[in-house]
Ligand binder design. Structure first.
Ligand SMILES: [Mn+2]
Length: 285
């Protein structure tokens, strides 16, 4: 569906105080723009944080990929900014080109290096993409680029593999999520990253941190610091939200069969019930 065919007054069915999304990777075939667009249409918030890797400059430099649906996502975000949502863009490593425009505002979107968010119940959360705490990105940038190309290949294989599975009537299975968690867990990559980000949040005197980067949504406490990761829109299709009472939750759109239906006429309560919540970490063996 493109922007023109969008009904003029779509009533957002889920109202939250804050939304954090990251790792959209617009400009790559991996970005699940339709699901993202669906999410953006049905959620209404006071503040929307775009926590990095929104537009994938690394991939666009390799080969240009920009379908209409990716335009629609950008339009939808700009429209929210026009309609009064505060939109903050915190660049990540894949859109580091935007770090040249820190403290500037484009179409109502503020570009910041990082920032502090205060929840309605007074908790101070440091918001950052997180790549500065990724040992690979910092110490071996060439390896990060090799890993990125390998990741893209794995995603391509995965699309082909699942097309075959779908034809055989089998459910979706994520090869790269499986590989990533297996490999990265094995080298304690994820754990090191999480601990480093939490440590820095504590050093800054924050109650918690919100980040992205590792494509793994999570809410948990690490040494007294609340660690929140909003996941990604390549595979896990997750967002972090702050409910009106200050509760933080992960909305998960990837759970098979739980994809939110078009709920324009449903009540807020039903719509919220329809958005599966996953406060616990992923369990992928
Ligand atoms: Mn990143």
């Amino acid at each position: 569906m493109n922007a023109l065919s969008e009904p003029l007054d779509v009533e957002p069915v889920v109202r939250v105080r804050t939304v954090w999304i990251s790792d959209l990777h617009l400009g790559t075939p991996g970005c699940q723009a339709d699901a993202l667009l669906d999410f953006l249409r049905r959620v209404d918030c006071e503040t929307l944080y775009l926590v990095g890797d929104i537009i994938d400059g690394w991939q666009l430099r390799r080969s240009w990929y920009w379908p209409q649906s990716h335009n629609d996502v950008v339009q939808k975000i700009l429209r929210k900014a026009r309609k009064g949502t505060r939109v903050v863009f915190i660049p990540g490593n894949h859109d580091e080109f935007a770090r040249r425009y820190l403290q500037h505002s484009f179409g109502g979107v503020e570009v910041l290096e990082d920032c502090e968010h205060v929840t309605v119940d007074g908790r101070r959360l440091w918001v950052t993409h997180g790549d500065l705490f990724d040992g690979v990105v910092q110490c071996a940038p060439w390896l990060a680029h090799v890993g990125d190309a390998a990741y893209e290949t794995a995603l391509r294989l995965n699309r082909w593999f699942n097309a075959v599975r779908a034809r055989l009537g089998l459910p979706y299975w994520s090869l790269s999520r499986y590989l990533k968690l297996k490999v990265k867990r094995a080298v304690s990559y994820v754990g090191d990253f999480e601990a480093a980000v939490a440590r820095e949040a504590r050093r800054r005197g924050a109650h918690g941190v919100v980040c992205g980067h590792i494509h793994h949504a999570e809410i948990r406490e690490i040494d007294g610091v609340l660690y929140c990761n909003d996941g990604d829109w390549v595979e896990s299709l997750t967002a972090l939200v702050e409910q009106p009472d200050g509760r933080l939750e992960i909305l998960d759109f990837a759970t098979p069969g739980r994809h939110p239906v078009r709920a324009r006429s449903a009540s807020t309560r039903e719509a919220v019930a329809d958005m599966p919540l996953r406060p616990e970490p992923l369990d992928v063996a």
